[in-house]
Design a protein. Structure first.
Length: 195
């Protein structure tokens, strides 16, 4: 249950911070470009109705993002990520959160760790809408401020080593690319949260 809350918070946090970023077109142009093949179909649980909503609405409609949505909510980012955008969110699934060290998700959801949770969530957000056909290998600035590294291999796309399992889940204010790992900014020491 706490994992679901963290996921929600993550989604919201990611969205909120994106809303705080400048709407600089150069960021979108510096965004990674697309991989190779056609985009993957929307993830299970993604409905046409959800796709018409904001990034937060789309994530909340998919049970695979319950932890992300909880995290976004806990971080107070839901309103921001529900804003106009556009944003690109590399969204980790519940399974990605479950793969984190035991106790980390619970620790991130504590009020005293809200700032770290917000950093982690906004590290998954890029200003501008970057569809899979526009993704290019290289470093891309996130809303958090640190770069993520996009690579392409065997027709797939990786973000800091996390695999994009479903691309181009459209929302009214951007796009979601589903990833199989939670990205942690290099300036965040998650082990400190576990001690």
């Amino acid at each position: 249950m706490n994992i679901k809350i963290v996921a929600a918070g993550f989604a919201v946090a990611s969205l909120a911070l994106v809303g705080c970023s400048s709407n600089d077109d150069s960021t979108a142009e510096a965004s990674p470009t697309a991989a190779t093949s056609a985009p993957a179909s929307p993830a299970d649980g993604m409905t046409d109705e959800a796709s018409a909503g904001t990034i937060v609405d789309v994530a909340a409609a998919n049970p695979d993002f319950s932890t992300l949505v909880a995290a976004v909510t806990e971080a107070g980012l839901a309103e921001t990520l529900g804003a106009e955008g556009p944003y690109t969110v590399f969204a980790p699934t519940d399974a990605a959160f479950e793969a984190l060290p035991e106790g980390l998700v619970d620790a991130l959801l504590l009020p005293e760790n809200k700032e770290v949770l917000t950093q982690i969530l906004t590290y998954h957000v890029v200003a501008g809408e970057v569809m899979s056909t526009d993704i290019q290998p290289g470093d891309v600035a996130t809303v958090e401020g640190e770069d993520i590294t996009i690579t392409t291999e065997d027709g797939g796309v990786q973000v800091n080593g996390a695999t994009v399992s479903t691309a181009d889940v459209e929302a009214s204010n951007g796009v979601i690319h589903v990833i199989d790992e939670v990205l942690v900014p290099p300036n965040v020491d998650v082990n400190a949260l576990l001690s």
